[in-house]
Design a protein around this ligand. Structure first.
Ligand code: ADP
Length: 343
């Protein structure tokens, strides 16, 4: 598909370049040919009427009678050959350069399409497995001739829990797809980072309370250029993870501060931590560190940090992590100075 597009684009480059080159050649030929005609006429006049001319012929350093028609015809032929050769050379050079440029032009589109295809295949894979399990469970229950009402209710309850998880997965996929849109426009304004963090705390407070976890805010007043909804979502993801991967009765710090010319949003926990080998991958879609541990103990599909990364990118911020197993993790989002406004 991309090879076809590359060849078509090269062809269009060639059409444009060769049209311009052809026009130039025509103008050059036309003007020089006019001069040749003038010489032809002068030559005829000289031979017929024996008029003595000076001026242009003196410059040629030829006696007027020696400019014969054969010489002019030869000069015209050479001009046509030279112009033809120049156009062939331009065709060759423009073809090669055009093919190279077309490749470069299409490269970002190609990587975008590849990424979207990968996203679709990852998403369908993640959706298919639980859907198949759910279908199998319902079919087995339906075929059971001795099924009692309590058993049926139990299966339905389990299925609803599965559906809820799938719904959460599809919501996360939609959010991620939203942030992946190449031309997606997110309205930006100056936002209080502290307010975004407070909104996130309010959102996750029930989860923290359920695990008796204390959320400790350490806030300075900082404003950044961003989208209030997305920034709250970013803080919710980091806090939600911190709660998920913390032990009961732990403390989690959420920090908003100025650091030099930058603004910082950080979430620090004392939970299970992340093994060093997993650190480079945790922002990848569907990546879950130590899958056996996390999947059985915690629900999640490895999309949260991928969304957090997209939101950071959208704000031209960087997201980083420092972590040690069984000591804890700190996720830090750094907003650069150009988008930072003191509040
Ligand atoms: P998930 O839904 O699995 O939490 P995320 O994308 O949010 O997906 O996180 C990816 C992985 O990074 C998680 O599976 C977990 O192993 C690890 N992780 C993220 N945040 C933390 C944290 N605060 N403490 C320990 N591990 C974490």
């Amino acid at each position: 598909m991309f090879e076809d597009a590359r060849i078509k684009l090269t062809a269009w480059y060639l059409v444009i370049i060769m049209t311009i080159s052809g026009l130039f050649s025509f103008v050059i030929y036309h003007n020089i040919n006019n001069e040749f005609r003038r010489f032809e006429k002068l030559s005829e006049l000289m031979q017929k009427e024996r008029v003595v001319f000076d001026g242009p012929f003196r410059r040629l350093q030829l006696p007027p009678s020696r400019i014969d028609l054969a010489t002019i015809r030869e000069a015209r032929r050479r001009l046509v050959t030279a112009l033809g050769l120049i156009n062939i050379a331009i065709l060759g050079i423009a073809g090669t350069a055009g093919y190279f440029l077309a490749g470069r032009t299409l490269r970002p589109i190609r990587s975008m399409v590849d990424e979207q295809n990968q996203f679709i295949s990852d998403a369908s894979h993640e959706l298919r497995t639980p859907l198949t399990a759910l279908k199998a469970e319902l079919e087995v229950t339906l075929r059971d001739k001795r099924l009692t009402l309590p058993q049926a209710k139990h299966t339905i309850k389990d299925s609803i829990a599965e559906v809820n998880t799938l719904q959460a997965l599809s919501d996360s996929l939609l959010t991620l797809a939203q942030y992946q849109k190449p031309n997606g426009h997110t309205p930006m304004q100056y936002v209080s980072l502290e307010e975004a963090a407070r909104a996130a705390i309010k959102n996750v407070q029930p989860l923290a309370t359920a695990k008796r976890i204390s959320l400790i805010p350490r806030f300075q007043s900082v404003r950044v250029r961003g989208n209030p909804y997305s920034l709250t979502e970013l803080a919710v993801i980091l806090l939600d993870n911190a709660i998920k991967y913390s032990n009961r009765s732990d403390e989690i710090e959420i920090i908003v501060k100025k650091q030099g010319a930058a603004a910082i949003l950080a979430v620090s926990d004392h939970g299970v931590g992340i093994p060093e080998k997993d650190l480079p991958h945790i922002f990848d879609r569907f990546y879950r560190a130590d899958a056996a541990r996390t999947k059985s103990a915690q629900n999640g599909y490895g999309l949260g940090l991928a969304i957090a990364k997209k939101i950071s990118d959208l704000h031209h911020a960087t997201i980083s992590v420092t972590s040690k197993p069984n000591v804890g993790s700190t996720f830090t989002v750094t907003f650069d100075s150009a988008r930072f406004q003191k509040g």
